[in-house]
Design a protein. Structure first.
Length: 231
């Protein structure tokens, strides 16, 4: 009887450690620590902790668009109900946004004078999804869900006009959003899931190429055009 008690005690003592080791192994099978940032890896860990299979989660995709440019996706989940594209943001302070506006506002709670404008992440992720759908040549019956996940010490103060199949959430509530999507939508019909996975894996591999990374960053800088502003 004593050995049974000891076994149970050891199991519950080391179970969290085993789970953490398992999650880290799964994380390493999905991505490397020189891809993306910590907030993106934390999102992947949350997805794994939910029980989503590692082989259904993809990180840091460079999706080809317009032949020579790339659209960068932070995290993508291939689910039975469709594809889930997650844009990860890391901010502090209060966040104000409108799905129809071009820019959202970050205001530091202790310094309401400071305001930072950043491109509407709903529109940003919509651009990623368009590039992905074009590249995959997906049937429109296969839904692609857009999720904006905010990490960091921020408060979603006032967010409205969020489109259908789009969700905005703090990373701490990401699991609720994913469960909602999986529970409330019927299974999607992928005409060729092997081809979908091939393109997705290829998009991940594009991100391994430093030339592609440099080209994408240069395109972003050119789009922002900050070097063409003289104060």
């Amino acid at each position: 009887m004593l050995w049974i008690i000891l076994t149970v005690l050891l199991y519950f003592t080391f179970r969290p450690v085993y789970r953490k080791i398992k999650i880290l192994k799964q994380l390493k099978s999905i991505t490397s620590f020189n891809r993306g940032n910590r907030s993106e890896r934390e999102v992947i860990v949350r997805l794994l902790q939910m029980g989503l299979p590692a082989e259904a989660i993809f990180h840091d995709l460079y999706v080809i668009k317009n032949g020579t440019e790339f659209s960068q996706i932070d995290v993508l989940v291939v689910a039975k109900v469709g594809l889930i594209v997650i844009e990860v943001k890391d901010y502090r302070g209060w966040i104000f946004g409108n799905g129809k506006q071009s820019y959202w506002t970050q205001t530091l709670a202790k310094d309401k004078i400071y305001k930072n404008k950043f491109y509407n992440p709903i529109k940003q992720n919509a651009g990623h999804i368009k590039a992905l759908r074009d590249q995959l040549n997906l049937d429109t019956n296969v839904p692609i869900f857009s999720v904006i996940s905010f990490s960091g010490k921020c408060v979603l103060k006032e967010i409205n006009f969020v489109p259908a199949e789009t969700y905005v959430a703090k990373s701490s509530r990401l699991h609720e959003v994913i469960k909602l999507i999986l529970r409330n939508n019927p299974p999607a019909f992928y005409q060729n899931i092997d081809e979908v996975l091939r393109v997705i894996r290829s998009s991940v591999n594009h991100g391994n190429d430093r030339v592609n990374q440099s080209r994408h960053n240069e395109n972003i800088r050119d789009m922002l055009g900050k070097d063409r502003v003289f104060h």
